[in-house]
Write a protein that binds this ligand. Structure first.
Ligand SMILES: [Fe+2]
Ligand SMILES: [Fe+2]
Length: 434
């Protein structure tokens, strides 16, 4: 390492340390997004130089919704690049852009422009240090690791030599520049302090595979989809146990506590139904592991009412409402008897669970006063959470997929849109009444 190269590492190390300490999860409903990247680049114009760089950027996020067509954002950025292991380039400025992908698409693409000031330390004896105007554009793809491609240019502001420089780069990005999308909600999820938990699946031994006519790819896609459903249903069991406990703790009417416990019983049946279908398709006895409920963690009654109101909205009114709508749509094409029985039961029960969500919400609004009203109002007027089934469309022979209850992605999205629009209207009414 030459003497000159030691000038850069403190800045590069500071950026790298900031990157490492980025939070592992960012939520889409947060108004600010922090994002960092590590990149390799090639500069040309004044001197061909290989670069190793780090970038950190903050963005005020405008969420895609009714008024903003797509998620957009702007804010400051800082970059440091080590050129040919001997010189440094620093840039600071503002960036702004947005997501190009649809709000509900699985992958997140974004385009981000940069404008700022840059300084390069001297390279060898021929090129003195120079500052200039920095312009750039960066494109990222989040799927699921963030990849970025960038093109940047420097227009010199100091004298000699007046030769613009260009840089192309590629790298990895930690957290997308305009925030991470909300995780999809499917039915009532099990929430811990760290986020949504999906119970693991257990394979308990061989089972008879049926029916025989399915091809291998379709069979495994369907088995995987039904096993995922079983895991989601199984997560709802401790979620309802926690709801019953927390309702009792805030002094809710016994009828509400009893309904939460009855819903728990429904989820036990849903888990068994979905596991049985997955096992028959896989030819292997599959079953999710039952997890304990999350510990009670609200500091006081008011905080409990706010949390329960928000969960009633997201997980009950929306999540279970959408689960019911999806099951109803799946029933149209389903012909397998076991699948039809399961979908019928799920459609009926999830609609009741969504209705229980509305009751819990109404109770929390009555008891929790302004704090609950404001939190729920923000959630209802904020951006739509991502629909369930955020993963890619499951592949398989279309007719068979429908016969076994798998919904086309467009159908699942339509069920979600329908639930979201209806819940929002009903939510406005409930809020006004409160
Ligand atoms: Fe369920
Ligand atoms: Fe449910």
């Amino acid at each position: 390492m030459s003497a000159r190269s030691r000038a850069l590492p403190p800045a590069l190390a500071a950026l790298a340390a900031a990157l490492v300490s980025l939070p592992a999860q960012a939520r889409a409903d947060e108004p600010f997004a922090l994002s960092g990247g590590l990149m390799l680049s090639l500069s040309f114009g004044q001197q061909l130089a290989f670069g190793l760089g780090a970038d950190l950027r903050l963005a005020a996020v405008l969420e895609g919704g009714d008024t903003v067509p797509r998620t957009m954002g702007f804010g400051p950025f800082a970059q440091a690049t080590w050129l040919n292991f001997s010189a440094g380039r620093f840039a600071v400025g503002i960036h702004g852009g947005g997501e190009l992908s649809e709000r509900y698409a699985g992958d997140q693409y974004s385009l981000d422009g940069e404008l700022g000031w840059t300084y390069r330390t001297r390279i060898g004896d021929q090129l003195p240090g120079q500052h200039g105007l920095h312009v750039g554009v960066m494109s990222t793809l989040e799927s699921p690791v963030g990849l970025e491609l960038s093109a940047r240019a420097v227009i010199p502001l100091s004298d000699e030599p007046f030769t613009p420089e260009g840089t192309v780069g590629m790298g990895l990005r930690l957290l997308p520049p305009f925030g991470m999308r909300a995780r999809p909600i499917d039915g009532r999820p099990l929430r811990s302090a760290e986020g949504v938990v999906l119970p693991p699946a257990l394979a308990l031994g061989p089972a008879a595979a049926r029916p025989a006519r399915l091809d291998r790819a379709t069979r495994s896609a369907l088995a995987g989809a039904w096993l995922d459903s079983a895991r989601g249903e199984c997560g709802s069991i401790p979620a309802f146990l926690a709801l019953a406990r927390d309702l009792a703790a805030v002094g809710a009417p016994v009828s509400l506590v009893a309904r939460a416990l009855a819903a728990l019983g429904d989820e036990v049946r849903h888990t068994a139904r979905c596991s049985a279908i997955a096992s028959a398709l896989a030819g292997w006895r599959l079953q999710p592991a039952l997890l304990p409920p999350p510990p009670a963690r609200d500091p006081d009654r008011r905080a409990a009412l706010v949390r329960m109101a928000l969960e009633a909205w997201h997980d009950g009114c929306l999540g279970e409402g959408a689960a019911a709508a999806r099951a109803r749509r799946s029933l149209v094409g389903a012909s397998d008897a076991g699948v039809r029985a399961a979908l019928f039961e799920i459609a009926r029960d999830e609609a009741q669970h969504a209705e229980l969500g509305w009751r819990v919400l109404a109770y929390c609004l009555t008891e929790g006063g302004r704090a609950v009203r404001e939190a729920v109002g923000d959630a209802m007027t904020g951006p739509a959470p991502a629909p369930p089934g955020d993963e890619a469309e499951i592949e398989g022979e279309r007719k068979e997929m429908e016969a076994f209850g798998a919904l086309q992605r467009a159908q699942a999205d339509a069920a979600w849109e329908q639930t979201w629009a209806a819940a929002r209207r009903e939510g406005e009414r409930v809020l006004a009444a409160a």
